[in-house]
Design a protein around this ligand. Sequence first.
Ligand code: ADP
Length: 186
Amino acid sequence: MERFEAEVYGTRLVLLRGDITVQEVEAIVNAANPDLTPGGGVSGAIHRAGGPVVTEAAARIRRERSRLPTGEAVLTPGGKLPARYVIHTVGPIWRGGTAGEAELLAKAYRSCLSLAAEHGIRTLAFPSISTGAYGYPVAQAAEVALKAVQDFLKENPGKLKEVRFVLFSSSDFQTYRAAWERVKAL
Ligand code: ADP
């Protein structure tokens, strides 16, 4: 079965293969672009499923402030999604690995987790940030992502009930599953 669960400092960590737009959690994370426009990939799917409420709230944020810097996160309503909120973050574009990509990717995950906790959100689902159009190698991204979540949960025990990773392909699911075996041993 393409689903895995572990208990991490009092929070349930779930890895599963699926579509993030149908997840019944309080907030889903969007791998956004700095302009917060729908674009393609997971972002296009989230804006399409959430409808104009999501796209207009994102456009309003974009007008009120400059482009969203890599690693930062903002919150909008979820519109027609089952999730009440969307947390939009910008992951790094892969440039070979020596341009601070790992630190920026970890920062993107941390920003989302902190923003969720600030808003009292207890269940959160992530896609695999940066590993589509932004070209980050999946095995490396998975390790950074899971380590960032593990570190946050260690520092904030019990703040969140569930953190879910929703992987779009079977191969990404297996890659995250294997990465967790390495991260949990750290
Ligand atoms: P980025 O620009 O951050 O790389 P992408 O949207 O191009 O973001 O890809 C991020 C990941 O999201 C990829 O693994 C892609 O396959 C996946 N993805 C695309 N659509 C969905 C969806 N509906 N649910 C979950 N993951 C998705």
